[in-house]
Design a protein around this ligand. Structure first.
Ligand SMILES: CC(C)(COP(=O)(O)OP(=O)(O)OC[C@H]1O[C@@H](n2cnc3c(N)ncnc32)[C@H](O)[C@@H]1OP(=O)(O)O)[C@@H](O)C(=O)NCCC(=O)NCCS
Length: 162
């Protein structure tokens, strides 16, 4: 697989069974974030292996280290249209503000745009500025969604060459 590159960072599909993932998971847990632990649990139990329509799990490598993770899951929607959901976003503290989070979320957005009507996320307060800077709009009054990016409908864009 190709993978994109920004100054020594390489983005690829991730399998959380890779030993380098465990180190980042430990780091996140020590910082008080549980998203990578939940990711590993969901994978181990086969509850979530990012295999449904449109789904994917990405990692960013710096040398042999995994320094960032982000997943795209389906979130079924009440009117029958499928929405995407940003899941398990985490960037190693030493690598923050280097564009790794942007690389991950822009990759997820590009993929989600091809499959879903919109992309949701539930971000902690400290990530609000990050999501809003990437073009997500704040969402009020929804328990599990703090931010959303809406995509143009396929009919408006046209399906040719899709
Ligand atoms: C939120 C997080 C993923 C951002 O990752 P990152 O690699 O540092 O983000 P980037 O370097 O790509 O930032 C892109 C832009 O977002 C904005 N941004 C990122 N972090 C920010 C912060 N703490 N405060 C304000 N703006 C921020 C900036 O505009 C930044 O661009 P700039 O550095 O040129 O100013 C990372 O800080 C993290 O993992 N935090 C802990 C876990 C977490 O909050 N996860 C989100 C769960 S939904």
């Amino acid at each position: 697989m190709g993978g994109s590159m920004v100054t020594g960072y390489v983005l690829k599909r991730l399998r959380p069974t890779t030993p380098a993932f465990r180190a980042l998971m430990e780091e996140s847990r020590l910082e008080g974030y549980w998203m990578l632990v939940r990711l590993a649990d969901g994978w181990a139990s086969r509850r979530n292996r990012f295999l449904k329509h449109g789904e994917a799990l990405f990692g960013v490598w710096h040398g042999r280290e995994v320094v960032g993770v982000c997943g795209l899951n389906i979130a079924p929607y009440f009117d029958g249209r499928e929405l995407g959901r940003v899941r398990h976003l985490f960037v190693s503290a030493q690598h923050r503000r280097n564009g790794v989070g942007r690389m991950l979320v822009e990759t997820v957005v590009d993929r989600a745009r091809r499959h879903f009507a919109a992309l949701n996320t539930r971000a902690p307060q400290e990530a609000f500025a990050f999501y809003e800077g990437l073009g997500f709009g704040p969402v009020k009054g929804e328990e599990f969604v703090t931010h959303r990016m809406k995509f143009e409908t396929k009919s408006a864009v046209g399906r040719k060459g899709d």
